[in-house]
Design a binder for this molecule. Structure first.
Ligand SMILES: [Zn+2]
Length: 1026
């Protein structure tokens, strides 16, 4: 029988407690509360003595300047609580401090609380990120103060005038408030009681176990009684009581699981959007702040593993914080700091072209290899608006067979059925895919995260391993010591899943080793949310498409020039720089348009840089290709002969038209040829205009709608009876679905007039006032020999929450429509049978979409749009939106774009819809040549199914080209690639250009023989005889 303690109540610990879960739980909660009883509870003991700073002074800068520059400025005295700003400025603080000698043996922190994100600099190096929102308010000056340690220290603190999530006015995703002011609320020295911190973590974890396991689990009650007993034994005023309390908790945490328990693979992570609610430049500092903090944690926690994606961010840190970068290199070598993903940025999963996606990996993997000697085996894209069906093949081609994401848990309508599964792409390539079942890439290491991971796992019994990614994310921040401490306590605690600090490699090898029962998902991973991202920020979309096209042409022209002209220098470095700008803008909040206005301005400036420098490169390459004469010539970068009407200048320098014939991937002088049939344009009695080119015949109403569209060879009208084609519609764009729409009341503003009266081209133009604020001006163009009608469009757009689309109700009946995606195409339903069909009411596609029945169809082509919907027989192209957050001025202003309609017989494959969409996007380029230049072609391919997409200089070999082809029809085919270039050898290679040395490509006198499976991408290394 224990003797009664002098403190009454301690005896209670030996007696049965009241059967009331709530009282016990609340008692424990109050014991560590940050709000209640902090004068007498344990939480109130976290900090001991405090001491003011010796001095605090500040200097305000409108720009983000370097430490060296900042430290030279004049700093003025600053009081805690003084405000500074406005938004996006930077306030530098000079902090001098003097640690009292009496704190010997104590842990000493600089406590810094501010609403701006901060970086501490010491001895000219960044040492610690501080952000209140990311629960980092302490910089550790000493773990255990010794006499010989410096007591007088000068630090600099760089405070960005923005929070972790920018500076949204009112709400996080509202447009930023440009006038927000910031302050430092606390800056002082404190004694930090580590023992109290440890106990608080014990209490917190046990309380959470009680709450998360609920009343149905015996283990929860065991936690409850343990924590109650801990309250009994703990005297916050008497640290000698702590060790007993801690060992009670320790005993509970050490009661181990059985062998069958679920395994979680904890990995520190810090999702940093490369730009979103803040500009690119701020992201550089976010990386610095977040990653230096990670390094500090690694110094103290040798088992801590941190996964980090996006080569671009490493590149930024390398050039802005070289000291930090070498520390990172050190921890990469130790296997703690793990570069993941293999991509240049975490790009949008829908909109970048196939070649852009390849380049994301080419630049990313090469960077990681060069800087760290690392090859990423997983693709890492937790946060984007859907995933193309061609990604598995692209990943595999880049040496990646695992994929981690989680965004599909955001689906609005249907619950995605798997967490761990094989994802099979368009060509049949498979990758092992894992969605962390906790549905988050920014967990906090709490009991809730672990319990959710087990409960939500939709592959219970099939997959017994899951990822737990912990650390503040989106705006950066990353893991904290507290998160590590939490996870460390419950490594193997009966009732909770097992926790091991792990890596993507370990997680995926465990999953792979036990994958027999895993299911397969075939086709795209479509996100049923945010479908407006295919259309928002139309200038960014246009910049992306045009720059992808431009870089394609530069690489082809430069590759040919390399073979034609021995003195030509292939612009390796400049091209890499331009590609990297393009790839950066494909980040998953930039190209989708979900970013603030400042980011849009940066992105558009980067596109301007690419256009400006790119046109010089193209000019130089074309100059080296032609024989530098003075006559007009044309360069064709596409792998088929083209016979098209182009705009030229006549002898007097006036614009004129010519019909030219140019061989595939080659050039030709402009020799005007005559079309088989001229275009005729006639104004009919009712004021409508009839245009005809021998292929198509159309009647255009005065408001620009098509009264009819007739495919002559098929004797077939394409527009549905009593409907009009080219009909604009404006939707109210407020709710989640665009159900409500206005049938627009068009007003013809200018005369409907004929611009080109026939011959090589017929065209009419008109202007519609579509509201009191916006107008559409359009030129409808029919060219000789051309199987489609073009709509060159200019919109002056000043709407609010409206969505502009154009419709073509066509005479085609089919349950599915086809859309171009990266290196291929796929079908989606035109009906709404199930919720899965219905949820795809707005979808994405690239250059074309097609609705076909047997032997007849209509295709809708575009030169910079991505949003489509085809419902029943109505084909719709999404044109412009007018969202107001997070960019209040999104899409306001003037827009230019072209779309085209193309009725056809046969299938879209046989009708060359794919080639026509390429022609629309890749205009023939004007060059100068001598009049006697013989038309010349570099490559041709024997099968219409195979598209030669890319020709570039090989990354690592001066005398070699890489060509990339893909099968576009969805067929198995053998094709011959012919070239007039001096090719000595040809070798298959992967998308990273790594040669497959086992067998050279099969070369015959006809050319290189290539076999393709449906949608297969094939890359070849061509060794030149130069
Ligand atoms: Zn993100």
């Amino acid at each position: 029988m224990p003797s009664p303690s002098p403190k009454s109540g301690r005896m209670m610990s030996q007696q049965p407690v009241l059967k009331n879960r709530r009282t016990l739980l609340e008692r424990a909660e109050k014991f560590i509360s940050e709000i209640y009883f902090t004068d007498c509870n344990l939480r109130g003991r976290l900090y001991g003595d405090s001491c003011p700073l010796e001095s605090l002074a500040s200097f305000l800068s409108s720009k983000r300047i370097t430490f060296t520059e900042a430290s030279k400025q004049n700093f003025a005295p600053h009081k805690v609580g003084d405000t500074f700003g406005p938004t996006w400025w930077t306030c530098w603080f000079k902090v001098t401090l003097n640690i009292p000698d009496s704190w010997r043996g104590k842990e000493v922190h600089l406590l810094w609380e501010s609403d701006g994100e901060a970086m501490v600099w010491r001895d000219e190096q960044p040492v610690q990120g501080l952000t209140k929102e990311g629960e980092k308010t302490s910089y550790i000056l000493s773990d255990c103060l010794k006499d010989e340690e410096p007591h007088s220290i000068t630090l600099y603190v760089e405070v960005a005038c923005n929070g972790l999530f920018g500076a949204g006015e009112g709400s996080m995703i509202a447009a930023p408030d440009p006038n927000r002011m910031f302050s430092v609320q606390k800056a002082e020295l404190v004694v930090f009681n580590r023992e109290v911190r440890e106990l608080l973590t014990d209490f917190e974890m046990l309380i959470d176990i009680v709450k998360e396991l609920g009343e149905g689990e015996q283990r929860g009650y065991q936690a409850l009684f343990t924590v109650n007993e801990m309250v009994n034994l703990c005297d916050p005023c008497d640290p000698s009581s702590f060790s007993k309390v801690h060992s009670l908790a320790h005993n509970f945490f050490s009661q181990r699981n059985g062998e069958s328990q679920h395994n979680t693979h904890a990995m520190g992570h810090c999702h940093i959007d490369s730009a979103w609610l803040w500009p690119y430049e701020e992201t550089i500092r976010k990386c610095g702040r977040s990653w230096v903090t990670v390094i500090r944690l690694m110094e103290k926690n040798p088992e801590f593993v941190f996964t980090c994606s996006q080569a671009q961010q490493f590149q930024w840190v390398k050039s802005w914080y070289p000291g930090l970068f070498s520390q990172i290199q050190h921890y990469v070598k130790k296997g703690q700091f793990i570069p993941v993903g293999g991509a240049w940025v975490e790009m949008d999963g829908n909109l970048p072209s196939g070649e852009s996606m390849v380049r994301q990996f080419l630049e990313g993997q090469r960077f990681f290899n060069h800087e760290f000697g690392i090859h990423c085996k997983e693709f890492w894209l937790p946060d984007t608006f859907g995933y193309s069906a061609q990604l598995p093949q692209i990943m595999q081609g880049c040496g990646i067979s695992n994929f981690l994401t989680q965004k599909l848990s955001w689906n609005l309508v249907n619950t995605f059925p798997h967490n761990t599964f094989f994802w099979e792409g368009l060509d049949g390539s498979k990758v092992l895919t894992h969605f962390p079942p906790g549905n988050s890439y920014e967990m906090k290491g709490k009991v809730e995260d672990l319990v959710k991971t087990v409960k939500n796992n939709k592959d219970k019994g099939r997959a017994n391993h899951s990822a737990v990614l912990f650390g503040f994310g989106d705006g950066g921040g990353g893991p904290t010591q507290l998160m590590l401490d939490r996870l460390h306590r419950v490594r193997d605690t009966d009732g909770l899943p097992k926790v091991q600090m792990s890596s993507p490699d370990r997680l995926f090898s465990e999953l792979q080793a036990d994958s027999a029962l895993l299911c397969t998902w075939t086709g795209e991973l479509f996100l049923e949310l945010h479908n407006g991202t295919y259309t928002t920020q139309a200038q960014i979309k246009r910049g992306n498409r045009q720059c992808e096209t431009l870089l394609h042409d530069i690489e082809i022209a430069s590759s040919l020039a390399l073979c034609q002209d021995g003195t030509f220098q292939y612009p390796v470095e400049k091209l890499q720089e331009l590609w990297r700008l393009l790839l950066l803008n494909q980040f998953h909040d930039v190209i989708p348009g979900s970013c603030i206005e400042m980011v849009v301005e940066d992105a558009l400036r980067y596109y301007e840089d690419i256009r400006r420098d790119g046109s010089t490169l193209l000019h130089n390459a074309c100059g080296a290709l032609g024989s530098k004469g003075n006559s007009a010539g044309v360069f064709n970068s596409l792998p088929w002969e083209r016979h098209e009407v182009i705009q030229i200048q006549d002898g007097a320098g006036k614009p004129d038209l010519a019909l030219v014939r140019v061989p595939s991937i080659g050039l030709s002088p402009v020799k005007d040829t005559q079309p088989g049939t001229q275009v005729s344009v006639s104004i009919q009695a009712d004021g409508t205009i009839l245009m005809e080119n021998g292929i198509l015949q159309t009647v255009i109403n005065k408001d620009g709608t098509l009264a009819s569209l007739y495919l002559i060879s098929a004797n077939r009208y394409s527009i549905y009876d009593s409907c009009y084609g080219n009909q604009f519609i404006m939707f109210d764009d407020v709710p989640l679905y665009w159900d409500a729409w206005d049938v627009m009341d068009y007003h013809l503003q200018t005369r409907f007039r004929v611009v080109s009266s026939g011959g090589l081209r017929g065209s009419v133009s008109f202007t519609l006032r579509i509201s009191d604020k916006s107008t559409i001006t359009q030129e409808i163009v029919m060219d000789a020999m051309c199987p489609y009608i073009k709509f060159n469009t200019e919109v002056k757009w000043a709407e609010s929450h409206k969505f502009l689309k154009v419709e073509f109700p066509v005479r085609v009946h089919s349950p599915s429509a086809t859309y171009e995606i990266q290196f291929g195409h796929l079908q989606r339903p035109t009906h709404r049978n199930t919720s899965w069909d219905w949820a795809r009411f707005e979808v994405w596609g690239h250059k074309w979409a097609d609705l076909s029945e047997h032997n007849f169809g209509v295709a809708l082509l575009n030169d910079c749009k991505y949003g489509y919907s085809v419902h029943k027989n109505t084909m719709t192209l999404s044109l412009l939106r007018a969202t107001k957050a997070p960019d209040a001025n999104a899409d306001m202003g003037t827009h230019h774009f072209t779309y085209a309609v193309m009725p056809h017989t046969g299938s879209f494959q046989d009708a060359s819809v794919i080639q026509c969409a390429y022609n629309l996007n890749f205009p023939l380029r004007s060059i100068r040549c001598t009049p006697d230049t013989v038309p010349w072609n570099a490559f041709s391919i024997s099968s219409a199914a195979v598209i030669l997409e890319t020709i570039k200089r090989a990354e690592d070999r001066k005398g070699a080209l890489v060509v990339r082809l893909y099968e576009s029809h969805g067929s198995s085919v053998t094709a011959t690639l012919c070239t007039t270039l001096p090719v000595r050898e040809a070798w298959p290679c992967d998308l990273l250009e790594r040669q497959d040395p086992t067998q050279p490509a099969h070369i015959t006198s006809e050319g290189i023989i290539l076999n393709f499976n449906p949608f297969q991408i094939v890359s070849l290394l061509l060794i030149l005889r130069l």
